[in-house]
Ligand binder design. Structure first.
Ligand SMILES: *[C@@H]1O[C@H](CO)[C@@H](O)[C@H](O)[C@H]1NC(C)=O
Ligand SMILES: *[C@@H]1O[C@H](CO)[C@@H](O)[C@H](O)[C@H]1NC(C)=O
Ligand SMILES: *[C@@H]1O[C@H](CO)[C@@H](O)[C@H](O)[C@H]1NC(C)=O
Ligand SMILES: *[C@@H]1O[C@H](CO)[C@@H](O)[C@H](O)[C@H]1NC(C)=O
Ligand SMILES: CC(=O)N[C@H]1CO[C@H](CO)[C@@H](O)[C@@H]1O
Length: 370
C-alpha cells in the first residue's frame, strides 16, 4: 500500500487498470490474470493511497477448502498475498472481464467471510467492508449465516457473474491477490522554496483556506521530501508578514501548522512588497541551490508595474519565479508577469476547488528542473 501525498476531502474511488508489466508468472499452474490499481482517499489522513495488486487464478484441477486456499496464497505468492478482496465496482468489472478465459460456470473462493461477532460480511484479508450493493446471486447471502460462511465468486461471463455464500469446507478454485510494495515517490532536488501567499480582501476566505492547504501540500511534496531543502513562508496584503524564515529549524509538522493557521489579513494587495521581502530572505540566507519563489495570488495587485520591477530583480538574482492563481477569476496577465513571461510557470485552474490538480505539475517544475 503505497502512500502518495495528495489531499482530498471525501472518500473517492478512482481505478486504473495497470499495464501488465509483470512477466506472466505461472506458479504451480496458476495464471497471472492482470494487475489493477485502486486508489482511495482515506477520511482519517486525507491522503490518496494507491493499492497495486496482481491476481492469480488456480488451475481447474486445484480445488480446495477455503482455509487451504487462504494458506496456499501465502505460501505460493508471499506474505502479502491473500484470497482476493473485491472492494469496488471497478475492481469487480476488471475481474469479471479477466475471468472470461477461465471456463464457463467456474467458481472461486474469495477472502469474503461472515463475521459472526459483528454480524457483517467483510473481506478477511484486510477487514474492509464489501462494496455497497454486492452482486449477490439469487437466494444469497444466506439468511442465517454462521462463522463458517464464506463468499464464493460464480462466473459465467462478464455479464453473468455473482457472489454466493457457502460453507468453508467445500472444494473450489480460488484467486490470490498479491499487494505490490509501494512505488517510490519522485525524488526532489535539494532546493530553497519561498511560498508567498496573497492574504488580501479580494481573495475571499474560502479561496484563502484552499490556498493554505495547497501551500502546505506543496511544502510536503517539494521540501519535506529532501531534508536538505528549506522553506520560507510569507503572507501579505498592504504589508508583509514573515511567517517562516528561510533559515528556520522547525519540524515538518510545525511548518504545516504555521501555514494552515496563518491569519487572514484582508486589505490591499501589495505584491511588490512581498517579492522584495522574499528576495531579502534569499539574500540573508544564501545557498548554492535552486531558489524558487512561488506566489499564490488572484493577480490583482495595487501596482502591476511595481510587481513587474520586483520580479525583474528576482530574475536578476537567479530566482525562479512561479505564479499560482488561487481564485477562478485570477488576473492572467499579472500571473504571467509574476512568472516573468514564462507561461509554463503559470499554474491556474478555473475552479477554485481544483487547486489540487496543480500540485503535481508545480512540484515537478520545482523538483526536477534546475
Ligand atoms: C509487503 O507489503 C509491505 C507493505 O506494503 C511492503 O513494505 C513489503 O515490501 C511487501 N513485501 C513483499 C515481499 O512484497
Ligand atoms: C512471512 O511471515 C512469516 C510469519 O509471520 C515469517 O516467518 C516469514 O519470514 C515471512 N516471510 C517473508 C518472505 O517475509
Ligand atoms: C535566521 O536569520 C535571522 C536573520 O538573519 C536571525 O535573526 C535568526 O536568529 C536566524 N534563525 C535561526 C534559527 O538561525
Ligand atoms: C554551485 O553549484 C554548481 C553546481 O552544483 C557548481 O558548478 C558551482 O561551482 C557552485 N558555485 C559555487 C559558488 O559554489
Ligand atoms: C516531487 C513529488 O513528490 N511530487 C509528487 C507530488 O504529489 C503528486 C500527487 O500526489 C505526485 O504525483 C508527485 O509525484
Amino acid at each position: 500500500m503505497g502512500i502518495i501525498k495528495f489531499v482530498l476531502w471525501q472518500i473517492v474511488f478512482v481505478n486504473v487498470a495497470l499495464s501488465q508489466h509483470l512477466a506472466e508468472k505461472s506458479i504451480d499452474g496458476f495464471t497471472h490474470i492482470g494487475s489493477f490499481r485502486s486508489a482511495r482517499a482515506t477520511r482519517e489522513n486525507r491522503e490518496l493511497q494507491f493499492d497495486d495488486s496482481d491476481y492469480y487464478v488456480s488451475p481447474g484441477t486445484n480445488t480446495v477448502a477455503w482455509a487451504t486456499a487462504q494458506q496456499s496464497c501465502r505460501i505460493l505468492f508471499g506474505n502479502n498475498s491473500t484470497l482476493v478482496s473485491v472492494e469496488s465496482v471497478d475492481e469487480w468489472d476488471f475481474l469479471k472481464i479477466k475471468l472470461e478465459s477461465f471456463g464457463i460456470g467456474a467458481t472461486y473462493w474469495t477472502s469474503g467471510m461472515y463475521d459472526a461477532g459483528s454480524r457483517i460480511w467483510r473481506w478477511s484479508s484486510n477487514d474492509s467492508p464489501l462494496m455497497t450493493n454486492p452482486p449477490w446471486d439469487n437466494g444469497h447471502p444466506a439468511a442465517f449465516p454462521t462463522g463458517i460462511h464464506r463468499i464464493l465468486l460464480s462466473h459465467t461471463n462478464r455479464y453473468t457473474a455473482s457472489w454466493r455464500t457457502i460453507q468453508n469446507s467445500q472444494p473450489h478454485r480460488y484467486i490470490c491477490e498479491m499487494n505490490r510494495p509501494p512505488v517510490d515517490p519522485i525524488t526532489c532536488n535539494e532546493n530553497d522554496l519561498l511560498i508567498v501567499l496573497d492574504s488580501s480582501a479580494s481573495i475571499g476566505s474560502h479561496n484563502y483556506k484552499q490556498a493554505k492547504l495547497f501551500a502546505s501540500n506543496l511544502f510536503r511534496n517539494v521540501t519535506a521530501v529532501n531534508e536538505n531543502s528549506r522553506i520560507g513562508f510569507l503572507i501579505y496584503s498592504d504589508a508583509v508578514s514573515v511567517m517562516i524564515n528561510l533559515n528556520n529549524t522547525l519540524s515538518a509538522e510545525e511548518i504545516i501548522e504555521v501555514i494552515i493557521s496563518a491569519p487572514y489579513l484582508k486589505g490591499e494587495t501589495a505584491t511588490h512588497l512581498a517579492i522584495d521581502e522574499a528576495l531579502r530572505q534569499f539574500d540573508l540566507h544564501p545557498r548554492n541551490v535552486s531558489q524558487n519563489l512561488v506566489i499564490l495570488t488572484d493577480g490583482e495587485s495595487i501596482d502591476s508595474t511595481l510587481t513587474a520591477e520586483a520580479i525583474e530583480a528576482a530574475i536578476d538574482m537567479g530566482v525562479r519565479s512561479m505564479a499560482v492563481g488561487i481564485s477562478p477569476s485570477a488576473n492572467q496577465e499579472e500571473l504571467l508577469i509574476i512568472a516573468n513571461g514564462n507561461s509554463e510557470h503559470v499554474f491556474h485552474s478555473d475552479k477554485c476547488d481544483e487547486l489540487e490538480s496543480l500540485l503535481s505539475p508545480l512540484a515537478q517544475t520545482i523538483c526536477l528542473i534546475n
